[in-house]
Design a protein around this ligand. Structure first.
Ligand code: ADP
Length: 274
């Protein structure tokens, strides 16, 4: 479990968090949302001890990020993928880049090889294993960053707007892979995003406004309140927006709906007068 206990954080004079309390349990998929400057990246950096709270404690499975002796174990448990894939690559060849983390853990070469093989397969990067990292596309680089994090066998995978620099097909591919990883049941995902379709993938939405938790609930509860969603600077998912517009025109549709099939079912229900 991840726990924020009375966490305050400031960059010098700039106070970002004041007395935040938060628990994220194993197995959750949390979408972290909020306007630019609301504190999402700072929260992510507090999670893996890149930043240390000014006051209070961040506990990762009971390990305090203030405890320097726990730093390696915290960074192994919390894998972080940032927005810009170029800043996360450390080696010039794909498989060496993935092996970098496990090598630093001091694992034996057979174990490292097995982990590299496994994540190359999961991320569909096998054909690129010996490729130079500079030759990869943005989407492939971001998959490489995820592969590197997964090779550490993390408990928590934290993604800070990982698809915001990617084209729609790469974005879908990343999300397909995350869905697959989550469906296997042993990963907790914390996904910072502005994208409504990505928010819907989560089981829980936490919205930050000026460093305060302004909403904490399910995606269904979140999108049930479009005015609030817009205030957070987030769009409705396209199908949800269509449903919203049709309701405005007087159709008695259930709201919100996320899935095109669901909307079609709803329209059939109305048409047949059920
Ligand atoms: P988000 O990820 O939601 O855009 P951030 O966590 O990056 O928000 O930023 C939260 C606040 O902290 C913003 O007001 C931002 O300007 C400020 N901030 C972020 N990084 C720094 C820094 N290194 N030094 C000073 N202020 C910072």
């Amino acid at each position: 479990m991840i726990r924020f206990v009375d966490v305050s954080f400031s960059y010098g004079e700039r106070k970002v968090f004041e007395g935040i309390n938060l628990e994220i349990k194993k197995g959750e998929w949390v979408a972290l949302v909020g306007a630019n400057g609301s504190g999402k990246s700072t929260l992510v950096k507090l999670l893996n001890a890149i930043l240390i709270p000014t006051e209070g404690h961040v506990l990762i499975d009971g390990l305090d990020t203030r405890d320097e002796g726990a730093l390696w174990e915290i960074r192994r448990r919390v894998g972080v993928v940032f927005q810009n894939p170029d800043t996360q690559i450390v080696a010039s060849i794909v498989e060496d880049d993935i092996a970098f983390g496990p090598e630093n853990l001091g694992l034996d070469p057979t174990e490292i090889r097995q982990r590299v093989d496994k994540v190359l397969e999961v991320l569909d990067l096998v054909p690129f294993r010996s490729s130079p990292t500079y030759a990869l596309s943005g989407g492939q680089k971001q998959k490489l960053a995820i592969a590197g994090a997964l090779a550490m066998k993390p408990e928590y995978l934290v993604l800070d707007e990982p698809t915001s620099m990617l084209d729609p097909p790469s974005r879908r591919e990343i999300n397909r892979i995350l869905n697959y990883l989550y469906s296997k049941g042993d990963l907790t995902i914390i996904y910072s995003t502005h994208n409504p379709e990505e928010i819907v993938l989560a089981r829980r939405v936490i919205a930050l406004v000026n460093g305060k938790i302004a909403f904490d609930g399910t995606p269904l509860e979140f999108f049930s309140n479009p005015d609030m969603v817009w205030e957070f600077g987030i769009r409705l998912p396209i199908i949800t927006h269509l449903c919203y517009r049709l309701r405005k025109r007087g159709l008695a549709l259930t709201f919100p709906v996320f899935d095109p099939e669901e909307l079609i079912d709803e329209l059939w229900r109305l048409k047949s007068g059920m």
